[in-house]
Ligand binder design. Sequence first.
Ligand code: AHR
Length: 540
Amino acid sequence: MFSGRRRDFLRQISTAGLALSAKGLFGPLLNAQTVAGDGDMSRIYVDSRRLIAPLDRNLFGSFLEHLGRAIYEGVYDPGSSLSDANGFRTDVMDQVKKLGVPLVRYPGGNFVSGYNWLDGVGPKQDRPMVLDKAWNTLESNQFGTNEFMSWCKAVGTKPLMGLNFGTGTSEQAAALVEYCNVEKGTKWSDLRRKHGYPDPYHVEHWCLGNEMDGPWQIGHMTATEYGMKAEDAALQMRAVDPSLKLIACGSSGPQMPTYLEWDREVLEQCYQYVDGLSMHRYFGNTQEETGGDSSKFVALNLTMDRQIEETLAVCDMVQGHQRSPKQLWLSFDEWNVWYRERTGDAVDGHRQQAPHLLEEVYNLEDALLVGGLVNSLLRHADRVKIACLAQLVNVIAPIMTNEKGLYLQTIYYPYSWGLQYAKGSVLNVMTESPTYDVAGMGKVPYLDVVGTQASDGTVALFILNRDLSKAHSIEINWEGKAPGRVLAAQVLTGDDLKAVNSFAAPRKVAPQELTKPTTSAGKTKLEVPARSYSVIQWGT
Ligand code: AHR
């Protein structure tokens, strides 16, 4: 019943997306750091003294849900020769370690709203087989809280724990905090010790539910009801551990009829009890969303900028109403491209274990937009402190596994560049770029540029060229200190926007070397190819 209900709502949501963009509610989209240039030459102005904010590494978090083959077969596969003694896939662990993912949200997503965490702890042979009503899937509970914590430790990441606000109570949420964070001498901490885990995990970040504004969500409620529950749970959880950082559920996206109004009502209720507000967004290239126009699709990250700014406006308005000294930050804890595997059997597990759900295959243009989304998050690093690429393995994911190994999807690369090259503080770069017209969006700059500067003076620029047919010449003007030698210059591009990677052809879309640009008299000249996302890193 739930999956049918959920499917209907997903369909309505994508139709609502069409209505918004058709009415042109997204434009105009030149932002504070981009001005329309004339002629063919683009200019980027970088001043080492002009910074947006220090970068929180949690901006490049990810997400693992008990959904499809994300956990089972993705990270946990005890029968596989590729797994270690814990049943963890070592090839996946190596890839996640190599990426350096700082934070992983778990266990859902829609799944969490019907999840009883007690089913997933204790002796494995005693754990029940449960019908997960969010995805109509059989959940064996062989992987639960302790397995996730062990996996996080093994890959060097931190947990962002999601709480059940659907069927779960505030008491159960506080009990999980006690199970995870209290050393010993209480009912739930002693249960953890009895289960074989003597040390507390000290989980800092917690999501108070998931998409509770969505009629598809188990336990969906009104904003005021949710705000009251968030307040009550926060009080009980902080009585257990006062150091927690709590994230309230914001709107599931601008397509929601209650967009922003939900956020306002929730925050009016629970502002003083939370630290951050969550945001979610999935981008599509359907007839409804873009008319199949790729030049519009690669501009959609600008609507993420707008969503962030609108949500911040609501947070700050409530701060003002409440005369609160506290400023909230945002947790963009689900974002990605997702539109192909979004309805029908792609979201219905038919009561199987680890079914193939949401196994979206990503192409070059998806990776270009993901690059743009990385840029949008970076330029809001002053207020977006957590963001999670949804998801990590097999389910709308950069990493795909089968029984023999894994391959990397196109979207892996822009995400990995953010993790590898974005360091220190985000620079307030100014870009002068020619523009093009997009129906419903107004004038869109061809170039989308962000930069970071590490404490050792290393600088990285991330450049999206939205021009699908032409290379662009760029002049970088170094207004502070000019950079040293080029340490890395890579580009993701290709002739075919629809090209994909697969087990058979895993590197069809993969990074190539970009010609290393040279600098003289405080100016760097370079060219970025058509349809490309590039990163260039300079030393000091
Ligand atoms: O990430 C897939 C699903 O998308 C999540 O379970 C839910 O929170 C969102 O609607």
